[in-house]
Design a protein around this ligand. Structure first.
Ligand code: FAD
Length: 498
């Protein structure tokens, strides 16, 4: 075994510092880890909403959640509200976590489908503690001693300020031996075997390493600029290619969810933080022009505008290989789905953890590289399918974007999932798919894709038993939500606690 000596992370956005923090924590004293970033180039400056899996990353780093909330001006996130996606005037919440509880062999939603068809079910939202609490602007963390209660099953993620998050991680990584170098990469030097040998920085500096982690954002300086790995374009399924982001003053109440509102040529996000609200309009430039998209965004702010709009361009898709030779792309250099389900930071954390699990030696054997790429492709493709579902499952005909999305041909993997759902309301989470059954179910039902039937096993219960089962779940959730504190009050308490 020829051991790795040095890892060089190029880029200091969320991807660079998340990777550096994890490698620093695990490999401190084993490998030399250096991160190069350029303040003059800066970072993308967005990426403020997460999914519950980020708690796993925080646990790996042993981060204290309360100090993390304080330092990043964070708020809690129980799900995403989708407004006007199915039809104008309709909305639903994709709440994290479970819906009701399993009964005998079946998931709760099968009983709900049957009761709903008889007109005796409440809204699906009433069977999810996350969604019911979101609608009431309430929050508390899951209590481990309450596993019998819905409160034991609350699943939360965070909203936070991206620049404060990067600063927080930088401190964490530097404390664990990661060396930071300021400088602009001017060229990449290749070795005779086709690997990357070194990078050159302005001012005639040269940095060698064994493994290079490309975190240079959309530029993909190493993975594409030097190695010309190629890009798989997914814009025929995910047509948005631009975004405008702008912060505004915080407004009350502090909602424990992200809001995503469908617009004529894209959609708009609203992310509540302690010190401000983040807003952005993601849109397809072939369906709406930039000035109009910006006007729509600025006209809809619910607080005083705090900064000039940040205008961004992207192409949805992914790098053909996220690990090529001695270079691993993590973050936007690996690809971009789009921010609809807040998955990018998760994909960064997943890639960093995958790199640790498949950490190479100097042989860089192909089987290791292929496995990294296979797992990454699976995760990205299945996450992509979930996002495409939101665009396709619409009845909107009022603008070109939605007419395009309604009629687009779906990836075979997604079509298969929808066909299975339509038959008997069944969804299966395969292997390491990111989104659980409950996530798919809420989006499908929330956007009007109802199955023709439910699982035939529902028939083993009488209608009265089903009504009692569902009634108990909804009334227990009602009672739990009543005793939960307001989200804003809970944050104040968390941020006061030392
Ligand atoms: P960047 O932040 O662009 O960092 C690139 C780094 O490389 C910088 O430090 C830069 O200085 C450095 N660099 C580049 N070139 C050079 C050079 N020549 N020399 C030296 N250094 C260089 N993700 C979520 O999870 N949730 C969200 O809500 C979310 N919202 C988003 C909204 C939009 C509109 C967009 C576009 C993305 C969103 N994302 C979101 C994605 C998220 O922003 C990114 O995944 C995350 O910020 C990581 O970016 P990065 O570090 O890969 O790139």
């Amino acid at each position: 075994m020829r051991s790795m000596r040095k890892v060089l992370i190029v880029g200091g956005g969320s991807a660079g510092w998340m990777t550096a923090a994890l490698l620093g924590k695990l490999f401190h004293g084993i490998y030399e880890i250096e991160l190069v970033e350029s303040e003059a180039i800066g970072t993308i400056g967005v990426g403020e909403a997460t999914i519950p899996a980020i708690k796993k990353y925080n646990e790996l780093l042993d981060l204290d959640e309360n100090s993390f909330m304080r330092m990043t001006q964070g708020t809690f996130k129980l799900g995403i509200q989708f407004v006007d996606w199915w039809k104008k005037g309709e909305s639903y919440i994709h709440g994290f976590g479970v819906i009701g509880q399993d009964w005998e062999w079946l998931r709760c939603h099968h009983y709900w489908l049957q009761a709903n068809a008889r007109g005796s079910a409440r809204d699906l939202a009433d069977y999810s503690i996350n969604t019911a609490a979101s609608l009431a602007n309430k929050f508390m963390r899951a209590r481990v001693d309450m596993s019998e209660s819905p409160i034991g099953h609350i699943a939360h993620a965070f909203h936070f300020d991206a620049s404060l998050y990067a600063r927080f991680l930088r401190g964490f990584a530097e404390d664990r031996g990661v060396r930071r170098t300021e400088g602009k990469v001017t060229s990449v030097e290749m070795a005779d075997n086709g690997n990357i040998a070194a990078i050159h920085l302005e001012g005639d500096r040269r940095i060698e390493a064994d493994l290079f982690v490309d975190c240079t954002g959309f530029r993909g300086l190493l993975i594409e600029g030097a190695l010309q790995t190629g890009y798989e374009d997914w814009s025929h399924w995910l047509p948005c290619d631009r975004a405008i982001a702008v912060p505004c003053a915080r407004t009350e109440p502090l909602t424990p969810y992200t809001r995503s509102t469908a617009r004529d040529g894209g959609w708009q996000w609203r992310i509540p933080l302690q010190h401000r609200t983040g807003n952005g309009h993601v849109f397809a430039s072939r369906f709406v022009d930039e000035a109009e998209a910006e006007r729509q965004l600025l006209d809809s702010l619910d607080g005083e505008q705090l900064a000039e709009p940040n205008r961004l361009r992207f192409q949805t898709g992914k790098r053909r290989k996220m690990w090529n030779r001695n270079c691993v792309a993590i973050g936007l250099s690996a690809g971009f789905l789009e921010p609809l389900e807040s998955t990018s930071l998760h994909l960064i954390q997943a890639a960093a953890i995958r790199l640790v699990k498949l950490f190479p030696d100097l042989h860089f054997d192909q089987a290791t590289i292929d496995e990294f790429n296979r797992q990454s492709d699976f995760e990205w493709e299945r996450t992509r399918d979930f996002i495409i579902l939101h665009y396709w499952a619409t009845e909107r005909e009022d603008s070109e974007l939605w007419r395009h999305c309604r009629s687009m041909e779906l990836p075979a993997t997604l079509q298969r999932k929808i066909d299975l759902w339509r038959a008997h309301g069944r969804i299966f989470r395969e292997d390491d798919e990111l989104f659980a059954e409950e996530s798919w179910i809420q989006v499908l039902i929330g956007q009007g894709i109802m199955p023709r039937a439910w699982d035939p096993l529902v028939a083993i219960k009488s209608d009265a038993e089903i009504d009692e089962f569902l009634g108990n779940i909804a009334s227990t959730i009602d009672r739990c939500v009543q005793v939960m504190p307001a989200h804003g009050d809970y944050i104040q308490a968390v941020c006061r606690a030392e």
